[in-house]
Design a protein around this ligand. Structure first.
Ligand code: CAA
Length: 694
């Protein structure tokens, strides 16, 4: 490189001349977000290129881990600072010299829009390109919805904008979004490319292209077909449809009108509650990884090999996470039959993923090749982390941990996958409670993103740190929880379940309660969930002891979907329908308990099942069982499918107003003549007009 022309120490953008190519470099760690200073620097650099006769072409590149990963989300909601991103992208496109984007890492959102403003794009093969704005409740607002279909084709743009899923550089090359894949040093090759195209005129401007639109003009139905195909995925969300409409405008109107329409849709989304919730959640997820109060010198332990006790649904699912991440697993069972069944299910699951094109057959063989099934407990002796997934009973868990204590190597982490039990009591059955931690996976464990990491009273800081870092390695979102019955997620489920069941006695049907939850945005309601998970979970197994509706269902073999009957009847395709038998059981119980049945308004279901959850969340915070309110939201979005466009229960409570929550709960208490047991924190915050999350 020659000729350093300009590198103001305060600007993240610097320029450097290499022959007649001006290299514009951004250095704005960690992800080169397009903050005001970056935008200003980019415009200044383009002006410099325009003004300098010696410059024949421009390369825009980034230092550090990635090309621009998008607008600076921390600036959202603050007074806008000039120049706006659309102006920057236009300035690049209107440069009189060819501009080449040199992409590595992730060119996302505004970052991809900058690249689309460039006349050419080159990328390293392992880079990714995408428009994830929809995940923040938005759409690409700097011309992206209008330029992308003109460059990558309408279908590809539709998928990228409405789903937010990034594509690989190879796919980008195949659809024309990337002009050349670069093997080797990116910037010098980008400069070489710029040299090749420096005299080509007219400059190819994304906004002026029409060729890729022509092919879609004959098939206007693609938009409705796309909506239909993704209806389930998009249910409740506002942003996907706005993205679809914006891309459709690109097809129907000239660019100059399209960008005005795009801006209008963008502003509507930006001022809505869903975008606020989704942006809040973006940071909530990242904050969850941070552990309060750890000594600065704490470092995670090495985990090269994992042991799994139990090859049932849970144990097998957990094991798959490690195998998929390239970490060998030894899995043990008590009988050859159980071991064979468990490993057979794992293989079947992998093969199903391969059949859906998510894995290659080589990847399946590689993962299964790293699995060592054994009946010998001593086979766990060389594991760095051992996770038990045995039957949920304290005495059994204690026995397992006592045995583990005798065989595990010094420094091995001993983890329990319990979903309710006291980790401290389990840890006390070993001579090394500091090595014990809870790792509560959610079912199906190979799919669900959430991991509750339960910090015992004696859990060592480096053990906690290891649990969090291994979670990242196996692509889980981990949240730290304290020791209490059900930790964060299941503890909040309890008041919901109690109220939902009581509502049945008072006159609601399982279908009504479930419908209210589904309309709220949950993937399913409490009774659909019970039928799916098994009504018999935690049942005392005595058919003669019938103390509530659930006991009555279990006693007559209505254990849920697995038996073809639970709160609902199921046909052979597992389609549910209301059950007259269940209705009769409910009415009999109500009569026996003297409960007067009445019409239940939907709002009462919301207040009694969801407001009570918020109250429990406040208790969890009050007792220090969650580090912060946003962690609770992360648990509920990733563990139970709480609609992310409502942020999570604590964010939602803030949006409702904590006073509204308290008043609603008091109203219900009065009606029922019972006491929910208010969290003082909730009462105090409501009184002071404060919020949990903002
Ligand atoms: N703005 C501000 N900060 C951002 C950011 C952004 N766009 N993207 C990431 N960060 C921050 C994170 O909050 C995190 O900060 P802390 O270290 O303080 O927690 C840090 O950068 C690193 O992020 P990750 O932990 O996520 O790092 P990663 O390596 O796992 O992932 C990434 C990197 C793929 C770029 C990921 O951060 C990501 O997906 N970022 C968001 C991308 C995005 O949504 N862009 C579109 C923004 S909207 C837009 O651009 C259009 C518009 O006009 C409105």
């Amino acid at each position: 490189m020659t000729d350093v022309l300009d590198r103001p120490s305060t600007s993240p953008i610097s320029t450097q001349r290499h022959g007649d190519v001006l290299i514009v470099t951004s250095n704005n760690p960690p992800v080169n977000a397009l903050s005001a200073a970056v935008r200003q620097g980019l415009v200044a650099a383009i002006e410099q290129a325009d003004a300098d006769d010696a410059v024949k072409a421009v390369v825009i590149a980034c230092e550090g881990q990635t090309f621009f990963a998008g607008a600076d989300i921390t600036e959202f909601g603050k007074p806008p600072v000039m120049p706006w991103l659309p102006m920057v992208v236009d300035a690049i496109e209107n440069c009189s010299k060819p501009v080449v984007a040199a992409i590595h890492g992730t060119a996302l959102g505004g970052g991809l829009e900058v690249a689309l403003g460039c006349h050419y794009r080159v990328a390293v093969p392992d880079s990714k390109l995408g428009t994830p704005e929809v995940k923040l409740g938005l759409l690409p607002g700097a011309g992206g919805t209008q330029r992308l279909p003109r460059v990558a084709g309408v279908k590809k743009a539709l998928e990228m904008c409405a789903t937010g899923t990034p594509i690989s550089a190879r796919e980008a090359f195949d659809c024309g979004l990337v002009d050349r894949l670069i093997e080797g040093e990116l910037v010098s090759h980008a400069v070489g490319y710029a040299e090749e195209v420096k005299d080509v005129r007219p400059l190819p401007k994304s906004s002026q292209r029409d060729d890729r639109l022509v092919e879609a003009r004959g098939q206007p139905e693609i938009f409705d077909e796309f909506r239909k195909a993704n209806a389930k995925k998009f249910r409740g969300f506002e942003a996907p449809d706005a993205n679809i409409r914006a891309v459709q405008v690109a097809l129907e109107k000239p660019y100059s009108e399209g960008v005005i329409e795009e801006r209008k849709l963008f502003m509507e989304l930006m001022s809505g509650t869903q975008a606020r919730a989704q942006q809040y959640f973006f940071f909530a997820e990242r904050k969850a990884a941070k552990i309060e109060g750890l000594p600065e010198d704490a470092r995670p332990r090495d985990v090269h090999k994992v042991g799994l006790i139990g090859a049932g649904t849970m144990g097998g699912g957990i094991a798959m996470n490690f195998l998929s991440a390239g970490i060998p697993v030894t899995i043990i069972e008590t009988s050859q039959e159980a071991l064979d069944r468990g490993t057979g299910v794992m293989r079947k699951n992998y093969e199903a993923s391969a059949a859906r094109g998510k894995l290659t057959t080589e990847q399946v063989s590689k993962a299964m090749g790293m699995l060592t099934p054994t009946l010998d407990f001593a086979g766990l002796a060389d594991c760095d982390m051992i996770i038990e997934a045995v039957f949920e009973e304290m005495e059994i868990k204690k026995d397992v941990f006592g045995r583990l204590d005798r065989i595990a190597k010094p420094g091995a982490i001993l983890a329990s996958n319990t979903s309710y039990l006291d980790i401290d009591e389990i840890a006390a059955s070993t001579s090394r409670p500091e090595d014990v931690v809870g790792l509560h996976f959610f079912s199906p464990a190979n799919i669900m993103k959430l991991l509750e990491v339960v910090r015992g009273a004696k859990t060592a800081p480096d053990v906690l740190l290891t649990a969090m870092s291994i979670a990242k390695k196996i692509r889980k979102v981990a949240v730290v929880a304290g020791v209490c019955h059900g930790f964060i997620g299941n503890r909040m489920l309890m008041p919901r379940q109690v109220q939902a069941t009581q509502l049945l006695l008072e006159g609601a049907s399982p279908k009504q309660v479930d419908r209210v939850h589904v309309e709220f945005g949950m993937p399913m309601g409490p009774f659909q969930m019970a039928d799916l998970a098994g009504v018999d979970i935690g049942w005392h197994r005595d058919p003669n002891r019938v103390e509530n509706v659930r006991d009555a269902l279990c006693a007559i073999d209505r254990w849920g979907q697995k038996k073809g009957a639970g709160f609902y009847d199921y046909d052979d395709k597992r389609r549910p329908s209301p059950s007259p038998v269940v209705q009769q059981i409910i009415e009999d119980f109500a009569a026996r308990q003297g409960v007067e049945r009445r019409e239940i308004p939907d709002q009462e279901i919301v207040e009694r099942t969801l407001y009570t959850m918020v109250n429990e969340g406040a208790k969890i915070l009050e007792e220090g069982m969650a580090q912060r309110p946003s962690d609770i939201d992360v648990v509920w979005v990733y563990g139970y499918g709480w609609p992310v466009y409502r942020g999570g229960p604590m964010f939602w409570a803030d949006s409702e107003g904590l006073n509204t929550i308290v008043e609603g709960l008091k109203r219900q208490e009065q009606r029922l003549g019972s006491d929910f047991g208010f969290a003082q924190l909730l009462l105090d915050k409501a009184e002071r007009g404060e919020k949990f999350t903002r």
